[in-house]
Design a protein around this ligand. Structure first.
Ligand code: C2E
Ligand code: MG
Ligand code: MG
Ligand code: MG
Length: 287
């Protein structure tokens, strides 16, 4: 009896939904092969000393050179990576590749302190018991000092940490690796909470920098986070600096570090090398 179900039953799964589900399955299967096929890439965005205008290190940002879809940004595939667990092998690859890259920068462009590398890790990685050994191995293999490696965790993820995970964080910190809270201001950290985690850096979410505006709206929030970092003796990085005006405001607020399109987007290895060479030339030709 074709009429029995009535129309309503037939719209539960629309052709559009079907197409979407198929596309997701396809992406999942593509992503499974991406690591082995060498389709993942890292771009590196410079992190600047706002006072000196010099590069102190880079944040590694993952991209996927998809054979059909072109260059994909993390927003297009990280959720799938998380859901499928592929985030774990991908993250080990990111960690290893960026530390090896950093050892090249340090050799070619020595400095004191040496150039550092920031790596984004999802909270899930800190539940992998092997993470401490993985990090130790990568540090040994690359030869970079532990303090040159900075691991970024997004603020939301810190709230759900188990005791076991905070123990892992402590062990990582004891190795000398630095821990940063990414997208700070978008989660719900409390002060006591900040104290109980062995954190070295706060990264102010770019939404706050973005809304600072000419009249200084949101400036108070940024100022408060900078003050908090100073009180707790933490480094502070402003994310997403796009205008000279924001740069000036942040310098006035004595924000130590920053990154954003005003300075540079994420660069490939060659781009990084060109940037560092130019900076070195500029430094040499200074009177
Ligand atoms: P995030 O860690 O907060 O990284 C900063 C994001 O802001 C990057 O986006 C960067 O390209 C972008 N950005 C930098 N400066 C500016 C600016 O001045 N204006 C604007 N509008 N945007 C700017 P991207 O590369 O798309 O990465 C998005 C997020 O994906 C990252 O946010 C991070 O949470 C995550 N992610 C990136 N790489 C990895 C990775 O290797 N592993 C994991 N687990 N997550 C990653
Ligand atoms: Mg980050
Ligand atoms: Mg961020
Ligand atoms: Mg972000």
């Amino acid at each position: 009896h074709a009429k029995m179900g009535g129309k309503a039953r037939h719209v539960i799964f629309t052709p559009a939904m079907h197409a979407q589900a198929m596309e997701k399955l396809q992406m999942e299967s593509d992503l499974r092969g991406a690591l082995g096929a060498g389709e993942l890439r890292l771009h590196y965005q410079p992190i600047m000393s706002l006072e000196h205008g010099t590069v102190i290190g880079f944040e590694a940002l993952i991209r996927w050179q998809h054979p059909q879809r072109g260059l994909l940004y993390p927003g297009a595939f990280l959720d799938i990576a998380e859901e499928t667990g592929l985030i774990v092998p991908i993250s080990w690859w990111v960690l290893r590749t960026s530390c090896l890259e950093a050892s090249n920068w340090q050799r070619e462009f020595p400095g004191d302190p040496p150039l550092s590398v920031n790596v984004n890790l999802s909270a899930r990685l800190f539940a992998e018991p092997s993470i401490v050994d993985q990090i130790a191995d990568v540090l040994a293999e690359s030869g970079i000092p532990p303090s040159s490696l900075k691991l970024e965790l997004i603020e939301h993820s810190l709230m759900t940490l188990s005791n076991q995970t905070s123990d892992v964080l402590r062990r990582i910190r004891e190795m000398g690796v630095q821990l940063c809270i990414d997208d700070f201001g978008t989660g719900y950290s409390s002060l006591s909470y900040l104290h109980s985690f062995p954190v070295s850096t706060l990264k102010i979410d770019r939404s706050f920098i973005n809304r600072m505006g000419p009249l200084g709206e949101q400036g108070e929030i940024v100022q408060t986070i900078i003050g908090l970092a100073r009180t707790l003796n933490l480094d502070v990085v402003a994310e997403g600096i796009e205008t000279e005006q924001q740069y000036q405001q942040l310098r006035d607020l004595q924000c130590g570090l920053g990154q954003g399109l005003l300075f540079a987007p994420g660069l490939d290895s060659e781009g990084v090398r060109a940037l560092l060479s130019n900076a070195r030339e500029a430094d040499r030709s200074r009177p």
